[in-house]
Design a protein around this ligand. Structure first.
Ligand code: IDP
Length: 151
């Protein structure tokens, strides 16, 4: 089973979309193994988005992510990294397909409501940035036997 890092950004929380977003992930059969609401510090935001530090939108991105609480999640499931990226949709919500989270709830790239890790390497890095090992839970869901084909 693969773990990935998801963050509901400040606009998702402010717009009271937590329930709707989490429902989409859960109903697909994915499992929440860690969850935390926090105010992202400037240092954490800069570390998380380090690959964009030279981009023109970097300052706005840091201001946006640190502006109000976020909900950080670790999600587990088969192929969860690719799958959550599909559920989340394209970075620019105007290019995101209807039916995706960004395609249904957002309009601007700089206010695209949710983050999902884009590779196994970034998932591992981002999970470690936001969670200690003892905050990530290892448990079985009763419906796993019926969601997954037998191995
Ligand atoms: P991703 O979130 O879909 O992985 P990235 O290219 O890694 O997309 O960008 C990280 C975040 O930076 C985006 O989700 C968005 O919030 C912000 N961002 C990316 N490109 C732009 C832009 O052109 N204008 C404003 N914000 C941007």
């Amino acid at each position: 089973m693969e773990k990935t890092f998801i963050m509901l950004k400040p606009d998702a929380i402010q717009r009271r979309l937590i329930g709707k977003i989490i429902t989409r992930l859960e109903e697909r059969g994915l499992k929440i193994v860690a969850a935390k609401m926090l105010n992202v510090t400037k240092e954490l935001a800069m570390e998380h988005y380090q690959e964009h530090k030279d981009k023109p939108f970097f300052e706005d991105l840091i201001d946006y992510i640190t502006s109000a609480p976020v909900l950080a999640l670790v999600i587990e499931g088969e192929n969860s990294i690719k799958l959550t990226r599909k559920i989340v949709g394209a970075t620019n919500p105007q290019e995101a397909d209807p039916g995706t989270i960004r395609g249904d709830f957002a309009l601007h790239t700089g206010r695209n409501i949710i983050h999902a890790s884009d590779s196994p390497r970034s998932a591992e890095r981002e999970i470690k940035l936001f969670f200690n090992d003892d905050e990530i839970h290892d448990y079985t869901m009763l419906d796993e036997k019926i969601i997954y084909e037998p191995r």
